[in-house]
Design a binder for this molecule. Structure first.
Ligand code: NAD
Ligand code: IPM
Ligand code: MN
Length: 359
């Protein structure tokens, strides 16, 4: 029987609370299906580990993770550890080391999910963000000169390589072609006169090989306005690392909230493990209270099932989330309910059993 080895990094704050439900759901899906299994290995890495050892993960952490088929991550970050250390030395270093250059984030309004936009239906908010996830504004390149002196200067470089831009843009074109959808590039060539002019040029160049794909190009400021005023303009979207980060939180806000937003960090060539995670953070304001919504994590579990070729099970989980949103009986407070994280996990599993028995 095929067994997928999954490294679980629950992390900080609400990370362990939501990942626990995600693991239970994946385990149950495999058990009910019967044709494959998951073997989960839990790693206690994160801010507690940092406080004990001075590191977010062991020195050979990346090597350890490389033996797994995928990584399932909760969230990282705690108010008493500097964010740039906790995030760079765990989450960001994993994305980079494993060349997870595609960050695939659905911005899809499910039936029954709350939407703050007037007059907007599910059909109007149905996007897939393809965020560049390996370089750009997140290249981690720069310098800090003359710290504390009057002439102090900091430099943060954006790194846009031809290989890096071409591969993400090509990935997005392929997806748009496969799904017969339009492709929108979001950039900022009017102000970022090197990086984004280059990005736009590569978008046009690669686009010549996809005459069948209808394309649009927006400046990021206008794009954020249109995401709110007229979201149905967007289907597949490709954008840089930082713009993708910001726009997908905006996307979460128009598609049910942070408790429903998931993302897959993919190494499409499968040379390294890919990583699946909710896009929200460790939510220190609600950590330890049983209030965290685990459905974003369940959605990322669904992305993992897709990745392993079990799109049928992935879709089943989305159908279950949608049913729960419509019924409005078992939901956490962010979605207007009063259930706990665990009760929501229990309900997903109950419905999974019901649905899989009926198959
Ligand atoms: P956040 O996403 O943690 O929280 C923003 C708001 O959304 C909070 O009010 C929070 O309660 C709410 N929220 C988030 N997830 C929720 C869920 N599942 N259910 C219900 N409500 C939810 O963002 P932040 O407050 O800006 O960041 C907190 C920490 O997390 C920081 O250290 C930050 O660097 C880190 N962070 C980590 C990741 C990650 O690990 N992937 C992502 C974003 C932020
Ligand atoms: C995300 C997060 C991360 C990012 C942070 C925590 C470094 O906000 O996954 O969206 O900016 O990529
Ligand atoms: Mn983010």
């Amino acid at each position: 029987m095929q067994t997928y080895k999954i490294a679980v990094i629950a992390g900080d704050g609400i990370g362990p609370e939501v990942i626990r439900e995600g693991v239970r759901v994946l385990d149950e899906a495999a058990r009910l299906d019967g044709s494959f299994a998951f073997a989960f290995t839990h790693f206690p890495w994160g801010c507690d580990y940092y406080k004990e050892t001075g590191r977010m993960m062991p020195e050979d952490g990346i090597e350890t993770l490389s033996a797994f088929d995928a990584i399932f991550l909760g969230a990282v970050g705690r108010p008493d550890v500097p964010d740039h250390i906790s995030l760079w030395d765990l989450l960001l270093i994993i994305r980079k080391s494993f060349d997870q250059y595609v960050n695939l984030r659905p911005v899809k309004l499910l039936r029954g999910a709350p939407c703050p936009l007037a007059g907007v239906t599910e059909a109007d908010v149905d996007m897939t963000f393809i965020r560049e996830n390996s370089e750009g504004e997140y290249a981690g390149s720069g310098s800090w000169l003359y710290p504390g002196k009057p002439n102090e200067v900091v430099i943060q470089n954006g790194v846009f390589s031809r290989v890096g831009c071409e591969r993400i843009i090509r990935y997005a074109f392929e997806l748009a072609r496969k799904e017969k959808k339009t492709l929108t590039s979001i950039s900022k060539g009017n102000a970022l006169n090197y990086s984004m002019v280059f990005w736009d040029q590569i978008f046009r160049e690669v686009g010549q090989q996809y005459p069948d794909v209808e394309t649009h190009s927006y400046l990021v400021d206008a794009a954020s306005m249109f995401m709110v005023k007229d979201p149905k303009r967007f289907q597949i979207v490709v954008t840089s690392n930082l713009f993708g980060d910001i726009l997908t939180d905006l996307g979460a806000a128009i598609a049910g909230g942070m408790g429903l937003a998931a993302g897959a960090n993919l190494n499409p060539e499968r040379r390294f493990p890919s990583m699946f995670e909710p896009i929200h953070g460790s939510a220190p304001d609600i950590a330890g209270m049983g209030k965290a919504n685990p459905l974003a994590t369940v959605w990322s579990a669904s992305q993992m099932l897709d990745f392993f070729g079990r799109e049928d099970l992935g879709k089943l989980l989305i159908d279950i989330i949608e049913e729960m949103l419509c019924e409005k009986k078992v939901l956490t407070a962010d979605l207007g309910g009063s259930s706990t994280t665990e009760e929501v996990g229990d309900e997903v599993i109950r419905k999974l059993r019901e649905r899989m028995k009926a198959r």
